[in-house]
Design a protein around this ligand. Structure first.
Ligand SMILES: Cc1cc2nc3c(=O)[nH]c(=O)nc-3n(C[C@H](O)[C@H](O)[C@H](O)COP(=O)(O)O)c2cc1C
Length: 319
C-alpha cells in the first residue's frame, strides 16, 4: 500500500507473523528501471517472503522491472490492475487495465518469460459500467492463460470517473460472491480475495471459498491481529506473543536506522495501532505521534511508549 507498506512497515509486520506474505507499495516499472534502485527496492532479508508490486502497462518494461526485482531477491512479482488514482490512469496502468485484458495478459506473459519466481496479478471485479461477470472472467482467463501463478481480486469495482482513490476503496459495493464464483470456475488456479476484511475470523470464512485472503487496512491499523496468523492459518503452535521481545527488536532496528541517518518516526509511524484497545493504548499512540517525531528521538522513546501499556488488565481502553 503506497506510503504505508514501506520497508520499515514490513520489517515490523514480519515480527508479528513469520509466515504471511508481505507486499511492497506499488513501484512503477519505469522507476525501477531508471530510478534510485536501492531506495525503491532495498529491503531487509528478514522481510521474506515478500512480493514486489509493479505498476505499468508496457510488457517489455515490466519484464525488465520484474527481472530487476528478482535480482534484488523478491519472492514474487505482482502486477497492479486495481489502483484507480488519476496519476495511474494517465500512465494507463492500474485499474483502467481492466478494460484491456489482452494487454494485461501480454504483460504477464512478458514477466513470466523474464523471471523464475511467481508472477501474480491484483485486480478489481471491474471498472465503471463493466459487467463484472465477463469483465473479471476475461481478465482471469487472460492472466492464467499467460501463466500467472495467482490472481488476487479486490472484490469491488473501481469507478474511474468522479471518485477519489480513497472513495474507491469504500464506496463501490463489495461483492465477495463474485470472487467465489470465479474460484468455482477456476478450481485449479489460485484465487485470493481482498477488500473490507477486518479480522482473522472473517478471513477463515473466506478461505472456505477461495485460496487466500489479503488484508490491507485492517493489518495496517490494527497490526496486532497479525500475531494470530501463523497459528490460525499455517499450523503453528499458538503461543502468547512476546511483546517485550518485539519492542526490543524494533528498538534495535530503529537504532540501526538512526545510525544510518534515518529518523525514529519513519518506523514508529507504522506502530501506532499496535495496542489497539489495550489499557494505555492512547498514551502509546500519543508518545509515538509526538515525542517519536522530535529531532534526535531515539529508541528509548519507543520503550517509554511501551511502558504505558498495561497488560495486567483485560479491560478495553475507552480511547
Ligand atoms: C493508503 C493505501 C495505499 C494503497 N496502495 C495500494 C497499492 O500500492 N497497490 C495495491 O494493489 N493496492 C493498494 N491499496 C489498496 C489495498 O491494497 C486494498 O486493495 C484495499 O485497501 C482494500 O482492502 P482492505 O479493505 O483490506 O484495505 C492501498 C490502500 C491504501 C489504504
Amino acid at each position: 500500500m503506497m506510503d504505508w507498506t514501506d520497508r520499515h512497515c514490513r520489517f515490523f509486520h514480519r515480527q508479528l507473523t513469520r509466515r504471511a506474505l508481505l507486499y511492497t507499495e506499488m513501484v512503477v516499472a519505469d522507476a525501477v528501471i531508471h530510478g534510485a534502485r536501492e531506495r525503491l527496492l532495498g529491503f531487509d532479508y528478514v522481510e521474506h517472503p515478500v512480493a514486489l508490486q509493479l505498476g505499468g502497462s508496457d510488457p517489455a518494461k515490466l519484464a525488465e522491472a520484474a527481472r530487476i526485482g528478482e535480482a534484488f531477491g523478491y519472492d514474487e512479482i505482482n502486477l497492479n490492475v486495481g489502483c484507480p488514482s488519476d496519476r495511474v490512469q494517465s500512465g494507463t496502468f492500474g485499474a483502467c487495465l481492466m478494460k484491456t485484458p489482452d494487454l494485461v495478459a501480454e504483460c504477464v506473459a512478458a514477466m513470466k518469460a523474464s523471471v523464475k519466481i511467481p508472477v501474480t496479478v491484483k485486480c478489481r471485479i471491474g471498472v465503471d459500467d463493466q459487467d463484472p461477470e465477463p469483465a473479471l472472467d476475461t481478465v482471469a482467463d487472460g492472466v492464467f492463460g499467460a501463466g500467472a501463478d495467482a490472481l488476487w481480486v479486490h472484490a469491488r469495482k473501481a469507478w474511474l470517473e468522479g471518485l477519489s482513490p480513497k472513495e474507491n476503496r469504500d464506496i463501490p459495493p463489495l461483492d465477495y460472491p463474485r470472487v467465489y464464483r470465479l474460484k468455482a470456475r477456476k478450481p485449479n488456479e489460485f484465487i485470493g480475495i481482498n477488500g473490507g476484511i477486518q479480522s482473522l475470523a472473517e478471513a477463515s470464512v473466506h478461505l472456505g471459498h477461495v485460496d487466500g485472503v489479503m488484508l490491507g487496512r485492517a493489518a495496517y491499523h490494527t497490526p496486532g491481529i497479525l500475531t494470530g496468523v501463523d497459528a490460525a492459518f499455517y499450523g503453528e503452535v499458538a503461543a502468547v506473543f512476546d511483546y517485550p521481545g518485539l519492542i526490543d527488536a524494533m528498538a534495535g532496528y530503529a537504532a540501526r536506522h538512526i545510525e544510518r541517518g534515518g529518523r525514529l518516526g519513519h518506523i514508529t509511524r507504522h506502530m501506532v495501532g499496535l495496542f489497539h484497545r489495550l489499557p494505555g493504548a492512547r498514551r502509546f499512540r500519543q508518545i509515538l505521534s509526538t515525542d517519536a517525531n522530535q529531532p534526535g528521538a531515539g529508541p528509548e522513546v519507543l520503550k517509554s511508549a511501551f511502558a504505558a501499556i498495561d497488560f495486567t488488565t483485560a479491560e478495553a481502553d475507552a480511547a
